[in-house]
Design a protein around this ligand. Sequence first.
Ligand SMILES: [Zn+2]
Length: 385
Amino acid sequence: MSSVFDDLVGQEHVIDILQSAAVASRNGAETQEMTHTWLFTGPPGSGRSSAAVAFAQALICPKNGCGICSDCKAAKTSGHPDVELIRTEGLSIKVEEIRELLTRVAWAPSLGSWRVVVMEDADRLTESAANALLKAIEEPGTRTVWLLCAPTLHDVLPTIRSRCRHLQLCTPSIAAVTQVLINRDQISPEMAQFAARVSQGHIGRARFLATNETARSNRKVIMQLPMKLGSLASALEAAQTLVEIATTEANTASETRDEVEIEKIQEAYGKGATGRGMSTGGSKAIKELEKEQKSRATRMVRDSIDGALLDLATFYRDVMMVQSGSPGTLINSDLFREVETYSASAPASSSIKKLDAIMETRSHLEMNSAPLATCEALMCRLAQT
Ligand SMILES: [Zn+2]
């Protein structure tokens, strides 16, 4: 029998808990298994939001998450009256947004026993937004189930996380990701293996790489950068290459999405139907959408740069493996020769420093430092032996 949990790769322990909670929730009361606030944490790509959405479906579906009934389908796409999927496009979730949300979910569920809110980026709540949410979570006898997602426990205010049942998702094994790419996405075994290995268990990234030739050739360019850091000038050039590639990749993805969204609003406000353009309401809606899109684009560029830095880190990690005498487990086995030459030319102590430099850069970018200047500083550090 199919189930909404089928797509969660390598998370059996979490699935067991969610399935019994969904069964226990049938009577609409809180039990030991069923509580009304949950926190899903896990590294990027582990599928924390997919797990939360699957659980929302299981709570709404009369068969505990069959995946095929109309309730399951509607819940997955924000089309169910009792399910709210909160996906943040910007860098933070503000208190006004939480207040609006609380007004929307204040009603009793319209169809089933529960109203479910999935918040994909609970780590982006501002402090005042988190406090507003806290009040709602503390309310006794509520029929609203809160499914919060964040990378780690520390990303959520202690007052909130202490009220949540915590579920930790793990990075799926490379073998498990390979198998999903072959079975679900019909990708050739060789390509699936490559994509799963270099994406280190990040299933979305693995799928993107396996199905996108431009992404693969971009990755190739990034992975050659360590070999090109001979001088200050070349370090600055490498930084520019990295930022340019990451920006183009992010912008290509957002542009297609932006256009579709704008067209939808134009249609909704009757552009084309009267031949006289849109009403003032329509222009206002488009202006608001464009503001949101701009903020999302900034975030996508940052995420994309972060992905490139993680790729780069795997190179120095491999260098360290070779330097420590265990080259059997290389992530970038396709770059074996480059890794070997590099390992012989630099002292082992410098590889750790370089990895540290990359991780530091990631946290600087996370705190909104200027991308190009930050990457330039990094490349200069990577150029040192
Ligand atoms: Zn169903």
